[in-house]
Design a protein around this ligand. Sequence first.
Ligand SMILES: Nc1ncnc2c1ncn2[C@@H]1O[C@H](COP(=O)(O)OP(=O)(O)OP(=O)(O)O)[C@@H](O)[C@H]1O
Ligand SMILES: [Mg+2]
Length: 265
Amino acid sequence: MAPSGPGAALELRGIRKSFGEQAVLAELSLRVGAGEIVSLVGASGSGKSTLLSILIGALRAESGEIRFGGAAVEPAALGHDRPFAYMPQRDVLLPWRRILDNAGIGLEVAGMPRRIARARVGELFGPFGLAGTERRYPRQLSGGMRQRVSFLRTVVQGKPVLLLDEPFGALDAITRDELQRWLLEIWGAHGWSILLITHDIREAVRLSDRVLVLGAAQGRADQAACIVGEVAVTREIPRADGFLLDPRVPHLEAELHQVLARAAG
Ligand SMILES: Nc1ncnc2c1ncn2[C@@H]1O[C@H](COP(=O)(O)OP(=O)(O)OP(=O)(O)O)[C@@H](O)[C@H]1O
Ligand SMILES: [Mg+2]
């Protein structure tokens, strides 16, 4: 069971959102416990990115409650000390800033002098496979490299909650594997609470404590979505070496596929 109440890093209750006539989210509730990694999977267009946009205050829900660390908040009203860092689905690097300064922009916006921000993020260029790109501009990087810069910019902010919208979507299999390992390693050290959107069932199983499935809410005429299923992943499964060899992994993947198929009707 997920921790509840004050133990929850993030909690949503009864979120509803429509765009004009189109109802997208219906009474959606979910919880990410302190130190948990929770993945959200669901069909394209089911409302995953919309949900994160509501969480960061870029969109407003028609109703419902958002809590970080147990306190109800209006995300749009939060300042630079907001408890989360967000990685959008599409990279939004600034074309006129060098990669080093793009990676450090979250720190600068929060008030850190550029020199210190550069030193802080510069140390991570090696581990992120970005060594040598510091002085380049975004247009000079591949899509996968830009995604790594965007991921680096998010995690370096030192926020307790990470909201990641398909962070590894554009990466090749080997880089994806490396960054997944890296994320698990530093997650262990930092104890972040993470809500991660992914299309990749294997990634969801590997990275998560729980995988939530977003799908059409029952008993409604429209396609508005809520959480329709959940699969828990035991921490007994090794997540780095040995993950693919663990016999529980294919069972969990099959279970998730089933829940997703049911959600799609
Ligand atoms: N700003 C907007 N104005 C109008 N409709 C929108 C807006 N943003 C999203 N939508 C619609 O809301 C629905 C959910 O979109 P959303 O981007 O949240 O889906 P998603 O689950 O993130 O999909 P994907 O997996 O493809 O990223 C879609 O039908 C989309 O067209
Ligand atoms: Mg999306």
